[in-house]
Design a protein around this ligand. Structure first.
Ligand SMILES: [Zn+2]
Length: 68
């Protein structure tokens, strides 16, 4: 079973898609709003993992924050 993600090619950021998770739906909407006008694609997570940084908002992951 493959995991899919919404990814912005311009910013090299992605958000993982969790089907049926309403909180995740909100996160994806937020991601799409932030990257409005950019090129957002739906890809397999394996295609972006490592190359792109994951988009996190208000979580306690120890990813470096890149957004202003
Ligand atoms: Zn973007």
């Amino acid at each position: 079973m493959s995991v899919r993600a919404r990814a912005c090619i311009k910013c090299k950021e992605y958000v993982i898609i969790h089907p049926g998770n309403p909180i995740n739906q909100v996160e994806i909407k937020k991601f799409e709003k932030v990257h409005l006008g950019h090129t957002i694609v739906t890809v397999d997570l394996n295609e972006v993992k490592g190359a792109y940084s994951s988009y996190k908002n208000g979580t306690n992951e120890n990813d470096t924050q890149k957004t202003e």
